[in-house]
Design a binder for this molecule. Sequence first.
Ligand code: NAD
Ligand code: UD1
Length: 343
Amino acid sequence: MVNILITGGTGYIGSHTAVLLCEAGYNVHIADNFANSDPGVLNRIEQIIGKSIHFSEVDLTSSEDLDLVFKNNTFDAVIHFAGLKSVGESIKEPLKYYNNNISSTMNLLNSMHKHNVDKLVFSSSATVYGECKIVPLEETFPIGQTTNPYATSKFMQELILRDVAFASNLNVVTLRYFNPIGAHTSGLIGENPKGIPNNLCPYITQVLSGKLEMLSVFGDDYETDDGSAIRDYIHVVDLANGHLKAIEKLLQTNSSTSYNAINLGRGIGVSVLEMIKTFENATGRKVPYRVTSRRQGDLPVSYAATDKALNELDFKAERSIEQACRDSWNYQEEFNKTSASKE
Ligand code: NAD
Ligand code: UD1
């Protein structure tokens, strides 16, 4: 049995990855402090996989508490999702972001080194490419022209991981996600942001369910076909599958030390107005919207080069954007039903 530690495993992407890994026969242990998730996710993961899951409630910024998890368990590899991810909050509270995200990664690396765990998959983001205007974004492009502390913290973690990998016999696959959307088809797990969503898809599903009145389309004067900005949306279950492929690759590696950064996207750009249409077709409901000014810091177009993921991980996203919109809406409806029954 291969034992995998998933930090941040009750979060949006971590929960889907935990399900896929359990279904593939891995023995999964989740570590999370519920900073941005709900303990009920553990039950819902267990409902999907049909068995119990190992869990430690731990804040990764506490080196002692994290080290106890390593002392009391055996791990062959780690997938490190734990981190704070709100761009706006990071601008207001940069220290909170540097402290949480960098300390967590440093503590994790120390414990892995101490307990001889030498395989790591790290959650990075397309945001590390910063203001690069050339698309598709290739892994060889320079990174670090970041525009907010969240993005800078991801860039810094990539640098730390690269240095530590070569100095201490560690094998790292850094995955740079584009825009994860969608939910598990069961409707049991999905994206459940606290407060008013910043991201497009959860905002749309909350407008569709009547929680929010209207979507603001941030700008229709970009140099794109319909004037709205373009992103590379990828179904979260496809993204989770990318982690499975990365773990498989790491477990097969003979190398004593390696660092590899790989994009996970579909490689297809979709505009905001196209996303609205796709949601409308997938749900049979209208998305009320108005066009407002551009959001500060937004790029006109961002999508991934996907050759490296295909060549090195044998990864290709399979699910359509329509499927992702249907699954997001299904999750939102299930979530609304559960919240209503609790009231
Ligand atoms: P999420 O907030 O849903 O999940 C992150 C999890 O980490 C949460 O469950 C949270 O409670 C936990 N966590 C945070 N700080 C912790 C700490 N100190 N100790 C223990 N647990 C802690 O986010 P997500 O969307 O699932 O993202 C997962 C990772 O992927 C994050 O690192 C994020 O920055 C990165 N990422 C996300 C996106 C996206 O659009 N969702 C895009 C690119 C990269
Ligand atoms: C944002 C973050 C990025 C992070 C990513 C996680 C910013 C500037 N960037 O990226 O660092 O890694 O989320 O998924 O916050 N839009 C609207 N109306 C809305 C919300 C969004 O028109 O209410 C538009 C945006 O202008 C953008 C697209 O929808 O063109 C996608 O936005 P979003 O989901 O926030 O993702 P990103 O901006 O790509």
